[in-house]
Design a protein around this ligand. Structure first.
Ligand code: NAP
Length: 249
């Protein structure tokens, strides 16, 4: 028996990296999974195939998570194909490194829209049905850069700190009505988002971490499984940190 048997989950940005690992882990735990992607259709199809091979049901749903009408249509397709959504994972995101004095409004706006506005749009799209049923799990993937900051990442850090604030406020708003809202703040995880990773980069980056290495997407996914499952029944407004021991909260 899986820890998510009978549940329906929507995972944004699930074609690659952390989102793909979460979607696969949810499938292994028995959830039916809507696999959102933006551009990587073939990769999303591979994640769907892996979940189905493991014996669960999955559906690829294309949408730009920063686009309100597209998000509503994505949620409608997911519900029509798999049933009412029990778990939303706001994971889709982009990264960029630009010094603030050289940052255009377009670069700022695009990052905030993809990494923060998306969390509002996707959550708003699933929330009414969760409230009507009196249960649901909202999990957002923020970043430890929203906790500690990083040069050239003001927009990214602002968006990710915003996700933590959003999580705390919404947890208080809808917790009394049976909805659990929590976040995950990973440290550096080996995905495309990090760009090309050399051994020197690995060494330099990991020197400050207690575990002296970068993490893997599969090391973030169990935290999402926990927050999606009944095991997290007394968690609300929390930010859990699979970060190899950098920030220690
Ligand atoms: P990744 O490997 O680059 O994957 C990003 C995913 O987001 C892809 O599935 C991509 O979809 C999707 N995406 C991007 N823009 C989108 C949009 N507008 N609409 C819908 N989907 C979109 O990144 P990752 O490292 O797994 O990151 C996942 C999340 O973890 C992000 O929120 C990131 O900020 C956070 N995070 C990452 C790290 C890290 O070190 N990697 C650390 C802390 C937090 P397509 O490929 O289909 O376009």
């Amino acid at each position: 028996m899986g820890r998510l048997d009978g549940r329906v989950a929507l995972v944004t940005g699930a074609s690659r990296g952390i989102g793909a690992a979460i979607a696969r882990a949810f499938g292994r735990e028995g959830a039916r999974v809507a696999v959102n992607y933006h551009r990587s259709e073939a990769k999303a199809a591979a994640v769907v195939a892996a979940i189905e091979a493991a014996g669960s049901k999955a559906l690829a749903v294309q949408a730009d998570v920063a686009d309100g009408p597209a998000v509503r249509a994505m949620v409608e397709r997911a519900v029509a194909g798999l049933g009412p959504i029990d778990v939303l994972v706001n994971n889709a995101g982009i990264a960029d490194a630009t010094p603030l004095d050289q940052m255009s409004e377009d670069v700022w706006d695009r990052l905030i829209a993809t990494n923060l506005r998306s969390v509002f749009l996707c959550t708003r799209a699933v929330l009414p049905a969760m409230l009507a049923r009196g249960r649901g799990k909202i999990i957002s993937v923020t970043s430890q850069l929203g906790q500690k900051g990083m040069p050239n990442h003001t927009h990214y850090a602002a968006a990710k700190a915003g996700v933590i604030g959003f999580t705390r406020a919404l947890a208080r708003e809808v917790g009394p009505r049976g909805i659990h809202v929590n976040a995950i703040a990973p440290g550096p995880i080996e995905t495309d988002l990090m760009g090309p990773i050399t051994d020197e980069f690995r060494r330099e980056k990991s020197a400050i971490f207690a575990l002296r290495r970068l993490g893997l997407p599969e090391e973030v996914a169990p935290t999402a499984v926990f927050l999606a499952s009944d095991d997290s029944s007394y968690y609300a407004g929390q930010t859990l940190c699979p970060n190899g021991g950098d920030i220690m909260a």
